[in-house]
Design a protein around this ligand. Structure first.
Ligand SMILES: *Cc1c(COP(=O)(O)O)cnc(C)c1O
Length: 336
């Protein structure tokens, strides 16, 4: 495995911190909980997509692209980080936003990630739910090519084998931090959506023979679909890295019991996780991804799946800027 052979641009503040969560650990009275702060990657309020974009944007530059196209849900953290990366590298950015929730709240439509998309100078067009967004994006790219532009298309969440290299890199970084601090980690837990994060991590961990189980907490798809998507992308990533077959099907584990009412909708457990993380170790989560991951972590500790004496690392994938789009979930007016 040699990551250095892939073109990469510097976008993220790395390494991100690895910190203990003493107050949360005490509250739950289970395993020792640590947090890997990929919410602190630094680009336009941070998040996990920045690691993927280091490899994706380098490929866009190598191909001579003058505009990057990508897609996501209205409050896409990936779209926001892509818009920021494009601005930083002097490229144009065009985003297709899919209305997956039907929310009409002003904050959902114009605040949070959407505000930042606009500030970074991205152009935006909208699509309704249940469309083939990748086909829509390819059609837009084709029109641009006919007009003499050189578009580079990035799939949803930046999740292809190139983007997943960013999380192979994160696996390397974490293993280095664990060794440095003498931390023996029993589990790594994180929110999984478009699969690139988990696919990259599992590929990196397997290639290093790390022996640390990785658990993705799903935010959208059912377990079988999610695990299938992650495994397929992990296989491609391993091939790209020159270690085909290094990931076994059994290494890919997702728990999709915390999706709640669906993608982009918070339930009681999601909101409780936001509350608990903010009040204990002052960590801000987002209602779409990281809080569902945290809700899974909390519930699995309460059920005894993660036990006293173990050490669990929660990978914080970012997204807290999305809180400003979800003010309708928090009864702020009644509490001030
Ligand atoms: C995109 C995203 C995820 C999920 O990562 P994938 O690579 O899409 O599986 C998790 N958390 C946040 C905050 C995200 O924006």
């Amino acid at each position: 495995m040699n990551l250095a052979k892939f073109p990469r641009v510097h976008l993220a503040h790395l390494p991100t911190p690895l910190e203990p969560m003493p107050r949360l650990s005490a509250l739950l009275d289970g395993p020792e909980i640590w947090i890997k702060r990929d919410d602190c990657t630094g680009l336009s309020t941070g998040g996990n997509k920045t690691r993927k974009l280091e490899f994706l944007m380098a490929e866009a530059q190598a191909q001579g692209a003058d505009i990057v196209l990508t897609l996501g849900a209205t409050q896409s953290n990936h779209a926001r980080q892509t818009a920021a990366a494009a601005a930083k590298l002097g490229m144009d950015c065009h985003i297709l936003l899919e209305d997956r929730t039907g929310y009409t709240h002003e904050n959902y439509r114009y605040n949070g990630n959407v505000l930042l998309d606009v500030l970074h100078g991205a152009s935006i067009e909208h699509r309704g739910p249940d469309q083939d967004m990748h086909a829509e994006m390819e059609a837009v790219a084709e029109t641009m090519r006919a007009q003499g532009r050189r578009p580079y298309t990035i799939p949803g969440g930046g999740s292809n084998a190139t983007g997943a290299l960013g999380y192979v890199n994160c696996a390397l970084e974490m293993m280095g931090q664990f060794a440095e601090s003498g931390l023996e980690v029993d589990h790594i837990v994180h929110a999984t959506g478009s699969s690139g994060t988990q696919a990259g991590l599992v590929t990196g961990l397997c290639a290093m023979n790390a022996g640390i189980p990785l658990l993705g907490i799903g935010v959208r798809a059912p377990k079988e679909t999610q695990e299938g998507n992650v495994f397929a992308l992990a296989q491609k990533t391993a091939e790209k890295l020159g270690c085909p077959g290094v990931v076994g099907r059994a290494d890919v584990v997702a728990n999709c019991d915390y999706v709640g009412p669906g993608y982009g909708f918070a339930d009681q457990a999601t909101l409780e996780a936001i509350d608990i993380f903010a009040r204990t170790d002052a960590i801000l989560l987002d209602p779409v991804y990281s809080a569902k991951g945290a809700a899974g972590l909390i519930d699995l500790i309460r059920k005894g799946h993660f036990k006293k004496g173990e050490r669990v690392v929660f990978l914080h994938t970012g997204g807290a800027i999305g809180l400003t789009a979800y003010t309708h979930e928090f009864d702020v007016a009644a509490r001030v």
